[in-house]
Write a protein that binds this ligand. Structure first.
Ligand code: NAD
Length: 257
């Protein structure tokens, strides 16, 4: 399957899932626009590496997804957007009555509102091109809840709801909107938590992963960024042209429990 000639913008893609999705879309032939709120040599080097390895055009554009005008400017600066992957996200864990207001606001802005702004800016481009894919990276926490993650869960449920609405508003057009709902994914951030968890519980790596980190993931295996990227590529394929307004769980059975 080739996405040659398509351009994908992936928000929050200088690490983790976003970067993995960018790699898989580029391997499938799409030109890619990477993004985060920083503007370092490393950020631009990531785009250069993708371009070198896959032969696509890859750019890095700085934009802070906590700010609506910068979300829209990212899409405008890219100039073209056939595939929009709303992936930028942050987390904070605290009981709701102690949840810092600025953390709540930041999570809602980055994890949910950014998808509103980028989608609003991208849809006219997709309509002009006569083809489009909106892929929102939600979470198993867009479908279920856990304590102490109120802002994250509110934002991810919001993204799932927004996905359905975008799908209905574009239903008669060659545009689809879907959400990928990952369970626990092995990103560098998650990998870095393993030694601490081992120490805290005095467990081996396997015990810490199975019994603490993956308690809700029946497969007892992390999903990989390549698997999330592969799911995004599938949603961009012709086979997925009638899949719209829905969620795809990549969670090792979490939401089947
Ligand atoms: P990560 O921290 O590696 O990636 C988050 C990305 O968002 C980074 O590139 C970061 O630079 C970017 N970002 C953060 N604030 C930003 C801002 N203000 N403006 C622009 N970019 C910003 O984490 P990840 O695990 O790769 O998470 C990516 C997405 O996947 C998030 O939406 C997260 O909620 C979701 N998710 C992750 C997991 C998991 O287990 N890792 C599970 C389910 C869903």
């Amino acid at each position: 399957m080739t996405l040659a000639g398509k351009t994908a913008i992936i928000t929050g893609s200088n690490s983790g899932i976003g970067l993995g999705v960018a790699w898989e879309l580029a391997r499938a032939g799409a030109d890619v626009v990477l993004n985060s709120f920083t503007d370092s040599e490393e950020d631009h080097a990531l785009a250069a590496e993708i371009a070198k390895e896959t032969g696509v055009t890859a750019r890095y554009i700085k934009a802070d997804m906590s700010k609506g005008d910068e979300c829209r400017a990212l899409v405008e600066q890219a100039g073209v957007c056939d595939i929009l992957v709303n992936n930028a996200g942050i987390q904070h864990v605290a009981p709701i009555d102690e949840f810092p207001v600025e953390k709540w606001d930041a999570i809602i802005a980055i994890n949910m509102n950014s998808a509103f702004h980028t989608t609003a800016a991208a849809l006219p481009m997709m309509r002009k091109a006569g083809w489009g894919r909106v892929v929102n990276v939600a979470s198993a926490h867009g479908l279920t809840a856990s304590p102490y993650k109120s802002a994250y869960i509110a934002a991810k449920h919001g993204v799932v709801g927004m996905t359905k609405t975008v799908a209905l508003e574009t239903a008669r057009e060659p545009i689809t909107a879907n959400a990928i709902c990952p369970g626990y994914v092995l990103t560098p951030l998650v990998e870095a938590q393993i030694p601490d968890t081992m120490k805290q519980y005095n467990m081996t790596r396997e015990e810490a992963v199975e019994n603490v980190m993956l308690t809700r993931q029946p497969s007892k295996e992390f999903a990989t960024v390549e698997q999330i990227g592969g799911t995004a590529v599938f949603l961009c394929s012709d086979a997925a042209a009638q899949i719209t307004g829905t969620t795809i769980s990549v969670d090792g059975g979490w939401t089947a429990l």
